[in-house]
Design a protein around this ligand. Sequence first.
Ligand code: PLP
Length: 436
Amino acid sequence: MSSDDSEQFGFDTRAIHAGQRPEPTSGARAVPIFQTASYVFEDSEAAAAYFNLQEYGNTYSRIMNPTVAAFEERVANLEGAAGGVAFASGLAAQAAVFATIFEPGDHLVVSSALYGGTITQVKHLTRKLSIELTFVDPDDLEAWRGAIKDNTKALFAETIGNPAGNVLDIAAVAEIAHDRDTPLIVDNTFATPSLCRPIEWGADIVVNSATKFIGGHGTSIGGVVVESGVFDWSNGRFPVVADPSPAYHGLAFHETFGVYGLLMKLRAETLRDLGACLSPFNAFLFLQGLETLSLRMDRHVENALATATWLSHRSDVERVTYPGLDESVYRPLVERYLPRGAGAVYSFDLPGGRQAGGRFIEALDLWSHLANVGDAKSLVLHPASTTHRQLSDEELVRAGIGPGTIRLSVGLEDIEDLLRDLEQGLEAVGREGARA
Ligand SMILES: *Cc1c(COP(=O)(O)O)cnc(C)c1O
């Protein structure tokens, strides 16, 4: 399928075909794994044109590889973006965006309800790069508006926050950002383009950790950045993107490549310099994941809703934060932004606090205790003692996490088996509680 005729195809067709035509030399139907570090140049002139970015051609797999390119093009297509650049991990993708658009003295505004690794990343990276950082409550539109200053160069939030389950009012936050000529970056990992496409609602840059639902089987680490191509990087506020670049012999990326300017800079400069490239083998596995993405997301959502509903009816469970529940305060935002479902990661609280959390997790057989989400296998975690351990108590509260908060990533197993296992976990907590 060429990108030109992709508009006429539906999401599932594009999830299987976008970014690929059968490989011409062998006729291979699947995307081949191009496991090569570099590529033979036709002649010295072609080599020079590639390195000058006058022509687009493969040089070295740190910055481009045909298997990785098929993955990048497919995700960009599914997100409704101009293009994409893949990275070795979701955090590498985010770091690359920050390194590309920020200069020392700039200011970043982020949601306070983010993936724990992202909170740690923005706190430490911004300090090292001399960038100012402000956290805001993502539900508070006036807080977003009030946080923007003359040196603010981006707003950053997640479609569905972790683990509080808050849903971002993407269109409203995008408008607030654009009123001040500032881009909105959205981490779409928990929704995936199957459930929400933030660019359709005004987001400018979307990052996904492919490690999660895109790969879908907990096998590989990877990330990808896509850009709408709509944001005007020449608006005078982003000389680092628009001006001739000393890091690429004076090339003015936005002027030369138009809608692809930022993406070209992200690849030719930032990926070149940071070196955190996606391996062709991982790109191949992510392509397999994309082919079944919406089938899997539908089942993830179905199982998530069933477990959340079941937990919300238990008297030994305190609060269930699945935004897809009718009683959720996020229900109107779910109807608008996530009509196919509110994802499959959410949390609930055990009244017994830290101890009850530990006991519950140990009593489970089927749910795996580990720090990941978005696997076909159901996963369980106690954030206060693991992923969010490095956060202060105050930051924990701001991120919506209590001592007895349990996070679930609901997999694709039979729902009866998932419920039976949760039940025996709750019974184990009850028995211990009665003894104490
Ligand atoms: C996992 C995750 C990341 C980081 O991705 P890695 O691939 O682990 O580096 C970022 N954001 C969210 C929401 C995540 O779940």
